[in-house]
Design a protein around this ligand. Structure first.
Ligand SMILES: *Cc1c(COP(=O)(O)O)cnc(C)c1O
Length: 387
């Protein structure tokens, strides 16, 4: 049997895979089993932020693996503590909890909001307001937080305690928090899976203001937008708002599974011994890699992410066959005139891998993608969209 046939036989069919078998990568380039080379503008869904086989990151992970790859959270280990410190220094937030994925980070944020609501406001203040068309993950509570019926339909009943509001309608948001007893507002600043739709400055500030006036926590899901993706360390930093909880995953690990929940001053003391935990969370090898990632996301590096993103967006904005371009930094959504799936297939034939988000072509290239690859990829995207 071929690998493709074995996949059909042995792997649960939850993914509609592209017909490409990846075998090796280097920087922004990846090769398939037939020896074709691609420029990868998806980076494992925003995970490989320094591209494939980044030496410095891999050395950091490997050096730690040769010492202690895993220890339980019953003991102190250096990388997890150093990573928590680095994240606190970078954000001004106070404490970190580590887990293994974005959905898990959101679960922890949800548990924290419920405990905070119960202790601070009363047991009935457990609702969390999320936005219609948002995405927060696939576990049952994260699914309930995800304001998209298509993800819910086969998995009812949903975890209770979530109410939804339309993005960009501050009055509607305020109505929802008035009508329900709420603990928190939770949002992505750019709805990634929802189609790379950035929230306006005005709405994010209004949401923060509503949270303040109604004594709610503000939770920002930075799983996709975080770790430098939008040109700031976290995307909330574009808006001048101060979240009480930030969730992070994807690019933070640089290629290994990590989730992180960052707590501000109002939430740092909510989770107490025994209230939450994770066997693998804070894994030393993973945290050593993430520490390397955080250390390299300097202001100069982030300014370069902004420059690259602006270049790509300006190249694509008025291109033939492109209806609109949205996003920020190196998180970009292109609405093509042709179906996005057809554009992706043509891009593959031309040696470019990209992603889909709803009816858009989504680009999440490695943040250190060389200018030459960016220029080459932009030319191919323009050619394919104009077809
Ligand atoms: C990908 C994503 C998640 C889920 O992360 P997993 O690591 O797949 O669990 C949650 N929130 C947002 C905004 C995401 O983009």
């Amino acid at each position: 049997m071929t690998i493709e046939e074995k996949d059909k036989t042995y792997v649960a069919p939850t993914y509609a895979r592209f017909p490409v078998r990846l075998v090796r990568g280097e920087g922004a380039h990846v090769w398939d089993a037939d020896g074709n080379r691609y420029i990868d503008l998806g980076s494992g869904i925003g995970v490989n932020i320094f591209g494939y086989a980044d030496g410095e990151w891999a050395d950091a992970v490997y050096a730690q693996m040769k010492k202690i790859a895993h220890a339980s959270n019953l003991y102190y280990t250096d990388p997890c503590v150093q990573l928590a410190e680095a994240l606190a220094v970078r954000t001004g937030l106070k404490k970190a909890f580590f887990c293994n994925s974005g959905a898990e980070a959101n679960e922890c944020a949800i548990k924290t909001a419920r405990k905070w609501g119960a202790e601070h406001k009363g047991a009935e203040y457990y609702n969390i307001v999320t936005l219609v068309n948002g995405f927060h993950g696939r576990t049952l509570a994260a699914l309930a937080a995800t304001g998209q019926a298509e993800y819910h339909k086969d998995f009812l009943p949903l975890t209770p305690g979530f109410v939804y509001a339309e993005a960009e309608d501050a009055d509607a948001l305020e109505r929802v928090v008035t009508e329900h007893k709420c603990a928190a507002i939770m949002l992505e600043t750019i709805q990634g899976e929802g189609g790379v739709i950035p929230l306006s400055d005005k709405f994010v500030r209004a949401a923060a203001d509503i949270a303040k006036r109604h004594d709610l926590l503000l939770i920002v899901d930075e799983v996709q937008t975080g770790a430098g993706r939008t040109g700031k360390f976290y995307s909330y930093m574009h808006y001048g708002v101060q979240p009480d909880i930030v969730t992070s995953a994807k690019g933070l690990g640089g290629g290994l599974p990590i989730g992180a929940v960052l707590f501000g001053g109002r939430t740092e003391g909510v989770l107490t011994p025994g209230t939450h935990g994770s066997t693998f969370g804070g894994n030393p090898a993973v945290c050593a890699g993430a520490l390397n990632v955080v250390g390299r996301l300097t202001d100069a590096f982030l300014a370069d992410v902004t420059r690259k993103g602006d270049f790509l967006m300006s190249e694509l904005e008025d291109a033939a066959g492109v209806k609109s371009v949205t996003g920020r930094g190196l998180m970009i959504g292109i609405l093509p005139e042709r179906p996005a799936g057809d554009v992706l297939a043509d891009l593959r034939r031309e040696g470019v891998l990209a992603l889909k988000a709803k009816d858009k072509v989504r680009l999440l290239p490695p943040l250190n993608i060389p200018d030459g690859d960016l220029v080459a990829a932009a030319e191919i995207i323009k050619k394919v969209c104009a077809k």
